[in-house]
Ligand binder design. Structure first.
Ligand code: SPQ
Length: 425
């Protein structure tokens, strides 16, 4: 598909619901007593995979245009799936389900697409096995033999909300306390949502303590817009001259806002307005105007707060004057594709001065870039980041597989092109 170039980007965008919160809303709603109505749910391929897995375990889930209704059956209400649970491209579905399935009184199998079968599950299955879980294999397909679990104290070797959440979910079923120490703070939607539903869960700095929880109470959930989707428009507005974009209703949970901190440090003109709280999550509108960017170093504790935004931040770095160094981001290698290699290989195609490192990359930005025939590797965030980068390239750019945006943002291209309609070209 050819990427259409817009000369400036002006107008208002409402990005779809947060992917992390949407998955969790269905999962926790299924385990709750009562009915959970979810508004703003992200109807993308990944979140539909979660819905399908829970339907396969006997949970009734109704979908209308505006609301997803989950008829929870309580902590012990899931039934043995007749077939292998299929998680598609979704790491979140696969890893979080490990924590739930490990504690069920039935055996189950789980697998996903070619990308999921290459993503490491040992990071979840190993600590779960310390709790008594019996899971065969460290890559999908996984065979899970449900067992009674016991609480453990666990030092996480990597900052990962998926690992943390799998252990928290197992901890709800386990006998005794489960104490999890994070090495860096990762997104905390699970802790906020489960606490609001009455789970025995407490957070103290980098430590999360979970106790046996026999019931969760259902509550209606309004899912905020996904800052990981807003990220494409934040960068777009910053790098395309004469642009001003307002992105409405974006979740600004502090564990997710690293992109705003980094782009602001790069010189971006970003304003956060209408800050409010919506079902326990901070939400706001974001206004971004074009400005000249400069290179920065991105490393350490901020990395988990912007891990999914690094591909599009790299696009901003290619446009920015000077050097950007991204380090401590080896986690990028185990996403939908190896995002360090994918970014480097694709950016080289358009003449960007970029060097791949073991845990990130070095980009010397601010030089002219040319259009290219891009490969997405089936990775939604690569596709959207390359579409943003291509806006400032000389000549034509194409994507080999634009459909992969359906994983997290099915309307991405129509939202992108709508911004040029508001510009006086
Ligand atoms: O679900 P999946 O495929 O792992 O999705 C990604 C993404 O880019 O959308 C990562 F590839 O987001 C993860 C994120 O990187 C979603 C997530 C969550 O909802 O808990 C947490 C992060 O992963 P991790 O490994 O750091 O826990």
């Amino acid at each position: 598909m050819e990427i259409i170039k817009i000369k400036s980007a002006n107008g208002v965008v409402t990005v779809p619901g947060d992917k992390s919160v949407s998955h969790r809303a269905v999962m926790f709603g299924a385990l709750a007593d009562g009915v959970t109505r979810i508004s703003g749910f992200l109807k993308s391929a990944d979140c539909i995979s979660t819905i399908n897995c829970f339907r396969d375990m006997g949970i009734e889930i109704k979908m209308t245009d505006d609301v997803i209704t989950v008829y929870g059956k309580g902590m012990n209400g899931l039934t043995k799936p007749k077939n292998t649970l299929y998680t598609g491209n979704s790491g979140t579905t696969t890893r979080l389900l490990c924590g739930i399935l490990a504690a069920q009184p039935f055996d189950s199998e789980m697998t996903g697409d070619a990308s999921i079968c290459k993503r490491p599950m040992g990071r979840v299955t190993k600590p779960l096995s310390l709790m008594g879980a019996d899971i065969e294999n460290e890559y999908c397909p996984l065979r899970i033999h449900g067992k009674p679990l016991s609480g453990i104290e666990y030092d996480m070797p990597v900052a990962s909300a998926q690992v943390k959440t799998a252990l928290i979910l197992a901890g709800l079923y386990a006998d005794g306390k489960t104490i999890i120490h994070e090495c860096e703070k990762s997104r905390d939607h699970t802790e906020l949502m489960l606490a609001a539903m009455g789970a025995d869960i407490k957070t103290d700095g980098l430590t999360v303590t979970v106790g046996t929880t026999s019931s969760l109470s259902a509550r209606d959930i309004s899912v905020p817009g996904d800052i990981s989707s807003a990220a494409f428009f934040i960068v777009l507005g910053a790098i395309i001259p004469n642009s001003e974009i307002t992105i409405k209703n974006v979740g600004i949970n502090p564990t997710r806002t690293g992109i705003i901190d980094v782009l602001s440090e790069m010189g971006a003109d970003i304003k956060i307005i209408n800050e409010r709280i919506s079902t326990g999550e901070q939400v706001a509108d974001i206004i971004v105007k074009s400005s000249r960017l400069k290179g920065v170093t991105i490393s350490g504790a901020i990395i988990p707060r912007l891990i999914d935004e690094l591909p599009v931040i790299a696009a901003a770095a290619a446009i920015a004057d000077g050097q950007t160094i991204i380090k401590d981001a080896a986690e990028l290698k185990v996403k939908e594709t190896n995002r360090i290699k994918a970014i480097t290989d694709e950016f080289l195609k358009c003449g960007i001065d970029i060097t791949e490192t073991d845990d990130g990359m070095i980009i010397n930005g601010g030089k002219p870039i040319c259009g290219a025939e891009f490969t997405t590797y089936g990775d939604h965030r690569m596709a959207m980041s390359l579409a943003v980068l291509a806006q400032l390239a000389d000549g034509t750019s194409t994507l080999d597989d634009a459909d992969c945006v359906n994983i997290s943002y099915p309307d991405f291209f129509s939202d992108l092109y709508s911004l040029s309609l508001n510009s006086s070209l």
